[in-house]
Design a binder for this molecule. Structure first.
Ligand SMILES: Nc1nc2c(c(=O)[nH]1)N[C@H]1C(S)=C(S)[C@@H](COP(=O)(O)O)O[C@H]1N2
Ligand SMILES: [Mo]
Length: 312
């Protein structure tokens, strides 16, 4: 039996079947995405805005950081297309002002936050985190934000709040990828309440000391560094506290391939490829993937007693 490395796996195997089918339809449509995007291809680059005060965070990884260029041009953001360069190409005219995030469900003080309020809610830190994508690539990224727990405390979850849902903007006029039913839109992700409250879970507003680029989930996204990248929803408009485990977009789309927990785990293979190793973007060699993406000393206790082969 031949064991193939991820680099040898064709796109047809590494991509969920419905995504692969959609990609073929888009290619057959000869640029239908770019044309359908309302002239986005001619839009000027997004202006870059420096954040006012960003403090360094002592827990940052000292590993070499990926460049701004790599982080913005190699990204998954299916609302803007399926290829890694599509989010940068197709999101230039994306409007992120005005923007509000509704926080609702099982909370005593439901309310909306404007993006301006979110930028002032707590001191913004630069946190350099590793990102491990389920597709077996990784990056090191200097995000800017503060723990999601700061926001959660303000809305006071009730005793019934066990899980938190994160909903991305639904706007097919601005997000051309949403015109193709690759997944059921909008993108919905979720965390258990204790995961959402964990101090590593970052409400993210910036990258490299600037406001978030559109391609990386402007104006506000989540970053959950011990989980596969897809758990970190972008361009969030609604945060909902619920009693039951939410059916997230990827679990709905391919339940045999993507679990709710999605903790980075080199010992549990994806049904179509190994998760034991990863390629850091910008490198050729493979690195060993670490349990919980190297954050195990801080998060493993959240899963004490759970069978992580079953709850993947
Ligand atoms: N709304 C939305 N959020 C999303 C995605 C997406 O397609 N749509 N892709 C996810 C995946 S698979 C990854 S790996 C990360 C990548 O984020 P980054 O490119 O900003 O690092 O975003 C996640 N969040
Ligand atoms: Mo990913």
């Amino acid at each position: 039996m031949i064991i193939r490395r991820p680099a040898d796996i064709p796109a047809s195997e590494i991509t969920p079947p419905e995504v692969y089918a959609a990609r073929r339809r888009l290619m057959a449509g000869a640029g239908a995405l770019a044309l359908g995007a309302g002239g986005l291809s001619g839009a000027a680059a997004q202006s870059r805005v420096k954040l006012e005060s960003v403090r360094p965070w002592p827990g940052s990884t000292k590993e070499a950081q990926n460049t701004f260029e790599q982080i913005t041009s190699y990204s998954n953001f299916y609302e803007f297309g399926l290829d890694k360069g599509d989010p940068l190409r197709n999101s230039k005219a994306f409007r992120t002002r005005p923007w509000t995030v509704a926080v609702e469900g099982e909370v005593r003080r439901p309310r909306s936050f404007t993006i301006e309020e979110l930028l002032k809610l707590a001191p913004i830190e630069e946190r350099v985190y590793r990102l491990r994508c389920v597709e077996a690539w990784s990056m090191v990224i200097p995000w800017a934000g503060y723990p999601l727990a700061e926001l959660i405390r303000q809305v006071e979850p009730t005793g019934n709040a066990k899980f938190v849902e994160f909903h991305t903007l639904l706007d097919p006029r601005q997000m051309p990828g949403q015109r193709d039913p690759v997944i059921q839109w909008p993108y919905v992700e979720g965390l258990r309440l204790d995961e959402a409250m964990h101090p590593l879970t970052l409400l993210t507003l910036g990258l490299y000391g600037e406001l978030l680029p559109n391609a990386n989930g402007a104006p506000v996204r989540l970053v959950v560094p011990w989980k596969y990248g897809f758990k970190s929803g972008k361009s969030i408009v609604r945060i909902r506290f619920v009693e039951r485990m939410p059916t997230t977009a990827w679990v709905r789309s391919a339940p045999h391939e993507y679990g709710f927990y999605a903790n980075v785990n080199p010992a549990v293979d994806h049904p179509r490829w190994s998760q034991a190793r990863e390629r850091r973007i910008g490198e050729l060699r493979k690195r060993e993937t670490l349990p919980f993406n190297g954050y195990g000393d801080q998060v493993a206790s959240l899963y004490a007693g759970m069978d992580l082969r079953k709850f993947y």
